[in-house]
Design a protein around this ligand. Structure first.
Ligand SMILES: Cc1cc2nc3c(=O)[nH]c(=O)nc-3n(C[C@H](O)[C@H](O)[C@H](O)COP(=O)(O)OP(=O)(O)OC[C@H]3O[C@@H](n4cnc5c(N)ncnc54)[C@H](O)[C@@H]3O)c2cc1C
Length: 405
């Protein structure tokens, strides 16, 4: 690593860093590109701890990055999986209204999805809903037949393979600790040695704000980790779920509400909730970091967020510690589900950027510094959108660093 000089160094070996790396070398094969990942394996954080849903693009504000990248990303992802023989399934999804009071929001979702170019959306009544998901209660539902499931870890591994075959280098167990700028080059001090690059792309997920700060960039957001906890359905209860069953989401909150997912590995998961984690990679309830917590407390946006969302936040914590409350929410979608159908499941931690005014950034945020591009907010549907986001970042890098690299 010591003597290496790269055109571009990408920090973060998750699905976004790897998609960007692969597409950079597809477009500019002569560039020397390195991916630097702190863990021993690639894709072990958000990319390896998610629901594995290829979203169709319904929820997002028309014209937003999320809307554009998700719709394009799903199409590209399906094509990529076909071409690379990665198992996926477009099993479809229902968003279920349980009460007339939710019809307005369901209609809004239909309009949004249609405006975003999501094909074949259909508003269905209770009889058709029973045909699609026989065990689901609901008075109306939005049916999105092209929503699918895949293992994003496998997709990320395929990106990494292609990148390496094109001549790219991947360094694992190399945590970036310090970044120094000096006359047209950046020196990345890592736990594996120092690497020189002309430019860098920050895809560090839960640490994206910290990495941006190492470059001296003032990004005006802080990453706050939100843990999503899952239950799994016992194998004998899998028949309760055919595909993907979601509630109508709370428009005040950027998470989708606890739902049922039949994933590509054949498990059925219930969740995830959204509880603020006390450590950036805090996968367990007891995980705590003094540094992360003090950093949150010192950030004005944290207090404003707490004032804005304290009620929803307390509800999430209460449900996290009370299996009965979790079960009750699940029973709203599938009334016959019982405590005995559930096993404890895993968890994932979302990197959610929070602005200084306390708002949770709704859209993807990708910004350009002098010698760097920073991905500051890429929660769900980031994995679905990964090919489109990588294409966008590669385009920015070529436009901005092209002449100098
Ligand atoms: C619970 C949950 C459910 C989700 N469900 C879905 C879904 O169904 N569909 C969907 O499309 N999206 C979903 N998402 C979102 C999706 O997982 C993310 O958008 C996507 O994985 C983001 O990828 P990434 O590469 O930015 O981040 P990550 O996968 O987190 O990768 C960042 C990488 O940077 C590395 N890194 C950090 N700091 C350093 C450093 N200093 N030096 C070196 N390396 C560093 C980390 O180790 C990590 O590997 C979900 C996310 C969660 C948490």
């Amino acid at each position: 690593m010591e003597s290496s000089q790269y055109d571009i160094a990408i920090i973060g070996g998750g699905i976004l860093g790897l998609s960007t790396a692969m597409q950079l070398l597809e477009r500019v094969p002569q560039w020397r590109v390195a991916v630097i990942e702190k863990e021993e394996q690639l894709a072990t954080h958000q990319t390896g701890h998610n629901s594995g849903v290829m979203h169709s693009g319904i929820y997002y504000r028309p014209g937003s990055h999320k809307a554009q990248f998700c719709v394009a990303g799903l199409n590209n992802m399906v094509k990529f999986c076909e071409e690379n023989e990665i198992e996926y399934r477009q099993c479809g999804k229902v968003i279920v209204a349980l009460h007339e009071s939710e019809f307005g929001r369901l209609d809004d979702l239909y309009q949004r999805g249609t405006a975003n170019g999501v094909p074949d959306l259909e508003m269905v009544g209770p009889e058709r809903l029973k045909e699609i998901e026989p065990h689901t209660a609901g008075v109306r539902a939005l049916w999105a037949p092209h929503t699918g499931i895949v293992d994003f870890t496998k997709v990320a591994a395929a990106f990494a393979n292609k990148f390496q075959q094109a001549g790219g280098d991947i360094f694992t167990r190399a945590a970036v600790k310090k970044i120094a700028n000096s006359s047209g080059s950046v020196a990345l001090e890592t736990t594996k040695g120092t690497l020189q690059a002309k430019h860098l792309i920050n895809c560090a997920g839960l640490y994206a704000d910290k990495v941006a700060a190492m470059t001296g960039e003032k990004v005006g957001v802080r990453i706050i980790p939100f843990r999503g906890e899952y239950y799994t359905l016992k194998p004998e209860s899998h028949h309760l779920v055919s595909g993907l069953i979601y509630p109508v989401p709370d428009p005040q909150f950027p998470f989708l509400g606890v739902h049922f997912t039949r994933n590509i590995k054949g498990h059925v998961e219930a969740g995830p909730n959204a509880v603020m984690a006390l450590r950036r990679e805090g996968y367990r309830k007891r995980d705590f970091s003094l540094g992360d917590s003090l950093g949150n407390l010192a950030y004005p946006g944290f207090w404003k967020m707490a004032m804005k969302y304290w009620k929803i936040g307390l509800g999430e914590v209460y449900r996290s510690y009370n299996r009965r409350v979790f079960l009750h929410d699940l029973q709203r979608l599938i009334p016959e589900i019982q405590n005995s159908d559930l096993d404890s499941g895993g968890s994932g931690v979302r990197a959610q950027a929070v602005a200084r005014d306390g708002s949770l950034l709704d859209d993807f945020s990708i910004i350009q510094g002098r010698d760097a591009i920073h991905v500051l907010n890429a929660p769900s549907p980031g994995a679905t959108s990964s090919l489109a986001i990588g294409e966008h970042i590669a385009g920015l890098a070529i436009d901005n660093f092209g002449a100098a690299a």
